[in-house]
Design a binder for this molecule. Structure first.
Ligand code: BES
Ligand code: MN
Ligand code: ZN
Length: 488
């Protein structure tokens, strides 16, 4: 799909779908709605009244124009009380693009001419039409979809074309992450995930080193290997690096890449296991963020390090009661084989910190507890550095993703004590599950300035991304990009 800019008026733009974002109760006061309504001899506001459209967040009204203006359909999208204009445009673009059925062309009104709004519109137009349709055959196979999108701006400027391109790059990075998370676990296994990363990196000038089991063994990552032991598929450590000449800072993203989490010997019940192809969501975010950084040519050295394995129940599977050493040297007593993500991350974080980054940020579908606390669309944000915590949170208000600051409560650390090893990997308390998982990770990052995002996985898969607020991002990809831009 091609996205272009135009200063054409809402009554004269020739398009099948014309989208206008409307704040709650603002529909009658909207100049463009008034203009369109006049041209349509009152038919637009009549529809608004008949259908009771008030502009509540996510509400839509699709009105046929029947030749009275150049557009074939007017689509009003409720923005509620959206405080950020960028969030509003992103949401209108996403929902507008999803309202498309057979049409090929769409135009979205951008009420103010700023780079941020143009970029948000381009991002929404890129993520909105997303469907995971790789495995459909016959008449469910995709039939083309949107061909042409226009952002209607009050005035044009050279820099807006860059903003369109940036929005598309971020949107495509989000879609890459979605494709990976939606990918079935028999298809996206650790070797396939690594192959995908290597191939994508080669397209954008990003280096990609992939380690197999022998190299992971040689490097000394016993916790990572313990998780892999029950699987018939080899693990992979994936290390992507974008190293521009003009780099000002070094950032390392780390991702949990469990391509399937059965729970291991502490087997998950069938219902909980059903979603567990999503357990490489952190890896997907990491890949999307590194690719976007490279495509945006950000002046930051950006690394992405992923520990990828399945958690399975084969006869060599690790057991509750086992004790392993770690890359860092600390010994760990295994209490529950379903708390596997923090073990993989402990070794990978300890290794990645040797890259001496200014900031290290991991993304992981780490705990069900975080979803219980924050719901399926908000990620828990932790940091061992108060400044980084605020900086990262600020990035999420730019990107429109939903993060919530969580406490690394030191008092809970003692609940990770083991009788026979340096640490137990789960808490002795049934409370604060997301916090104690983050505390366990914090034991392996040393003094590196580090942030951790406990992200929800299942809501990124299948149809559920359609219900995500602010246009359905939610992975952390666009927040990661906003963070890199903030420190550029
Ligand atoms: N991958 C899961 C966490 C998860 C659960 C992500 C549901 C998305 C949706 C993780 O490996 C896990 O199983 N965590 C356990 C930890 C427990 C055994 C301490 C959990 O959350 O139940
Ligand atoms: Mn698990
Ligand atoms: Zn897991």
């Amino acid at each position: 799909m091609k996205i272009s800019l135009s200063t054409e008026s809402v009554t004269h733009i020739s398009t099948e779908i014309l989208v206008l974002g409307i704040l709650e109760k603002g529909v009658g006061k909207d100049d463009d709605v008034v203009k369109l309504d006049k041209a349509m001899s009152g038919a637009l506001m009549q529809h608004v009244k008949d259908e009771g459209f008030t502009g509540k967040e996510g509400e839509t009204l699709k009105v046929p124009a029947r030749g009275r203006v150049k557009a074939s359909w007017i689509v009003l999208v409720g923005l509620g009380s959206c405080v950020s204009h960028a969030d509003g445009i992103r949401l209108a673009s996403v929902i507008g693009a999803r309202s498309v059925r057979r049409q090929k062309t769409i135009a979205v009104r951008v009420p103010e001419a700023t780079e941020a709004l143009v970029r948000a519109g381009a991002e929404g137009l890129t993520t909105g039409p997303y469907r995971y349709d790789r495995f459909f055959t016959g008449n469910r196979k995709p039939k083309g979809g949107l061909k042409k999108a226009v952002l209607l701006v009050p005035s044009l400027a050279e820099r807006f074309s860059n903003a369109v391109e940036e929005g598309v790059i971020v949107g495509e990075a989000i879609n890459v992450a979605r494709d990976l998370v939606n990918g079935p676990p028999n298809v996206i296994n650790p070797p396939a995930l690594a192959d995908f990363a290597a191939e994508a990196c080669s397209q954008y000038g990003v280096t990609c080193d992939v380690w197999g089991k022998a190299q992971i063994e040689a490097a000394g990552m016993p916790l990572f290997l313990a998780v892999n032991a029950g699987s018939g598929v080899e693990p992979r450590l994936i290390h992507m690096s974008w190293t521009p000449k003009n780099s000002k800072k070094r950032v390392v993203f780390v991702g949990k890449g469990l391509t399937f989490d059965s729970g291991g010997l502490c087997l998950k019940p069938a219902k909980a296991m059903a979603h567990m192809k999503c357990d490489m969501g952190g890896a997907a975010t990491t890949i999307g963020a590194v690719l976007a950084a490279a495509r945006l040519k950000l002046p930051i050295e950006v690394h992405g390090v992923i520990g990828s394995t399945e958690n399975m129940t084969g006869s060599f599977a690790y057991r509750p009661g086992d004790v392993y050493s770690s890359y860092d040297g600390k010994t760990v007593e295994i209490a529950n084989t379903d708390a596997e993500g923090r073990l993989v991350l402990a070794d990978v974080l300890a290794w990645a910190r040797e890259l001496e980054p200014d900031f290290m940020i991991d993304h992981a579908t780490l705990t069900g507890a975080c979803m219980v606390a924050l719901g399926p669309w908000t990620a828990g944000l932790y940091a061992n550095d108060p400044e980084l915590l605020e900086m990262y949170y600020a990035s999420s208000t730019q990107s429109g993703e939903s993060l919530w600051k969580m406490p690394l409560d030191d008092d809970l650390k003692k609940t990770l004590a083991s009788d026979i090893a340096d640490l137990k990997h789960i808490s002795s308390l049934p409370y604060g599950g997301s916090i104690t998982a983050a505390l366990f990770l914090s034991e392996f990052v040393g003094k590196t300035r580090w942030a951790h995002l406990d992200i929800a996985g299942p809501s990124f898969t299948e149809k559920e991304h359609e219900y995500l607020p602010q246009g359905g991002t939610g992975f952390g990809v666009s927040t990661a990009v906003a963070f890199l831009e903030q420190i550029s």
